[in-house]
Design a protein around this ligand. Sequence first.
Ligand code: SF4
Length: 428
Amino acid sequence: MDLLDKLNILSAAAKYDVSCSSSGSKRRNTPGGIGNAAVSGICHSWSDDGRCISLLKILFTNYCIYDCEYCVNRSSNDLPRAAFTPDEVVNLTVNFYRRNYIEGLFLSSAVIKSPDYTMELLLQTVRKLREEFKFNGYIHLKAIPGADYSLILAAGRYADRMSVNIELPSQKSLKLLAPQKEMNAIIEPMREIGTMIKNNKEEKNSKKKVLKFVPAGQSTQLIVGASPESDFHILKLSEGLYNKLSMKRVYYSAYVPVNNTPTLPAIKNPPLLREHRLYQADWLLRFYGFNAEELLDNKNPNFDADLDPKANWALNHLEVFPLEINTASYQQLLRIPGLGVKSARRIMSARKTGSIDYDDLKNFGTVLKRARYFITCKGKYYGGIPIREDLIKSRLINGKSETGEQLSLFQEPVGKETRSLAFLESGE
Ligand code: SF4
């Protein structure tokens, strides 16, 4: 099989792995080397600053000894198979980089022969790229669950980011859909990588020259919708990964129905909206100070498809609203729907020099269409409707009043109506 055929097969086979995105790596070029993750960016899709950048995203091989039911590459599927050699991946990466097609490499793999054998091949590839070709572009490398830790940790010296994919969010689902895999064989390498990353950071603080180890952190991927776990279960798992294993990113991948088996849900399309809600909630965990139990619980274990998780939380906690923009703490500001980290910071900074008006908020990037129902500005409420869950929910979803009330042409427009906080509190 020629290289182009392999490339076609193994780049198509890699498309189900979504765990590659921004990582903030600061790897710089070295004299006589090529590539520079610090300058060129380090992502397959979107960088932290919103740029779209490109990685060569391939599987090393799609030959697999395992038969995971949800996976297109499972051993029992009859499909074209291929495997690169380490030299082929190195040459492709270097040549694509020189032609300016890519800014880095995302290298994953199915499991050929054994986890150790596969990890050894991946290790040879990245070692060659870094040591022989002085490649300093971004490398995101998969760690193969079940491989010897010494191989995984050796590969970590050459990678910017590593990931071990959990895929299924519980041991029970793993047993049902991927019985050859063990949850421990997935979690333990993550723990090892996490410990090495932590130690590496500490060493860097104490010594001058320390070998890098996965400087852009580790990530993982969870498949959403192939198994029955709720959003609450998935979010709690992510929270544990962030808090206990210092995970940099958890990626959510809506289950794509590629195989027909009775153990998988009979869906036609991937649950993309559910995936989107989980990403929004994940954002709230990482940057807005929320925890999973504030967003969902056993009684309400799944997100409302119609509302983003922050708006959903706010509607369930109307007792804390409206918040006065001129006195709310930074953490409180972050809880207002429509108000992001940037605008909260701008509000805090602007308050040092004076009070903020409703109009000022527009300049801070606040989405007033949503925030107006949850705030007061200098004591005035601009929501135009009583603070009631059903009314606000309807406005947030449809932009209309629940009662469908038609305003008179001569009535004061709702957006300009202002009421005092005292009036609303009295419920008159
Ligand atoms: S081990 Fe990976 S590639 Fe192989 S069948 Fe399972 S999910 Fe697919």
